[in-house]
Write a protein that binds this ligand. Structure first.
Ligand code: PAF
Length: 280
């Protein structure tokens, strides 16, 4: 397994893969790999000939005051995880390898406001242009045939898909299910910020989403009614930033639950911002 940080070195390897007509799978990550990432790596290994994992804490998708500096960096451990699955290449650049300019001076891929200003974009106003920009760079550098993203970042999936549609990016996108702890907490690199008490309280997010699922099964589809039933319990443990119901296709808000409704939630637990969702 190669671990490369320079774009030109990666491109040299990619050229070799292309010459052999191998199908390249890319798993874009910010490292601190957990079972959620492992499921993406497994999916990539199953459907592609060579697998590239990028490990890059992307500075331009963090806003001022967010956790860029604090974000866990565990490259040695991540390398071992990738080795376990037979990953072919890790691309682990430094910010200076990826960006020649400050964010305000560089060409950015800016998703449409109707997608970027909702859900997480309400508080993370500069986030999704940073995501789309780095994702397109990674697609171009690796010339991947397929890419693998986790549905935990559902809005990111919708936005990356729209970028590929709008800009005719020739890649197959795979969105893989959320991986959860046994008790339901969605796996996240940010779970490491939680105290023991926070970890307990964090269960309120997946419990709230499960309650929505149960109410939907019982035939309750009014979002007002569902919020009324679910919010009180959720708010006891978490400081809710948003609890929204929208179409998974274009994030347009819905009044009633139906198939393909994205139920998305962001909340702070002991100061740690967590997200979770379900798609009905
Ligand atoms: O989902 C992530 O970890 C990041 O947003 C991504 C897609 C690797 C881009 O930096």
């Amino acid at each position: 397994m190669l671990v490369l940080k320079s774009i030109s070195d990666v491109k040299k390897e990619i050229k070799k893969y292309k010459k052999q007509e191998l199908k390249i799978g890319l798993v874009p990550t910010m490292g601190a790999l957990h079972e959620g990432h492992e499921s993406l790596i497994k999916a990539a290994c199953d459907s592609c000939d060579v697998v590239v994992v990028s490990i890059f804490v992307n500075p331009i998708q963090f806003g001022p005051g967010e956790d860029y500096e604090r974000y866990p960096r565990t490259l040695d451990k991540d390398i071992k995880v990738c080795e376990k699955y037979g990953v072919d290449l890790i691309f682990a650049p430094q910010p200076s390898d990826m960006y020649g300019y400050e964010k305000h001076q560089m060409t950015l891929v800016v998703p449409p406001e109707c997608l970027r200003a909702k859900l997480c974009g309400k508080s993370r106003t500069q986030h999704f242009d940073g995501v789309d920009t780095v994702v397109l760079k990674l697609f171009n550098i690796t010339e991947a045939d397929e890419a693998f993203f986790g549905l935990k970042d559902a809005q990111q999936c919708v936005i990356v898909k729209r970028m590929c549609d709008d800009l005719n990016v020739n890649i197959k996108l795979n969105f893989c299910p959320i991986i959860r702890e046994e008790d339901g907490l969605a796996k996240s690199s940010r779970n490491t910020y939680l105290s023991e008490d926070g970890r307990r309280k964090a269960l309120a997010l997946s419990k709230a989403l499960n309650s929505v699922k149960e109410l939907y099964k019982e035939g309750i589809v009014s979002i007002d009614e569902i919020k009324e039933k679910v919010m009180p319990e959720l708010s006891k443990s978490a400081d809710v930033e948003y609890f929204e119901f929208c179409s998974f296709n274009d994030l347009s808000p819905v009044m009633f639950l139906s198939e393909n409704t994205l139920v998305a939630l962001a909340a702070r637990v002991d100061g740690v911002r967590l997200i979770d969702n379900i798609v009905l």
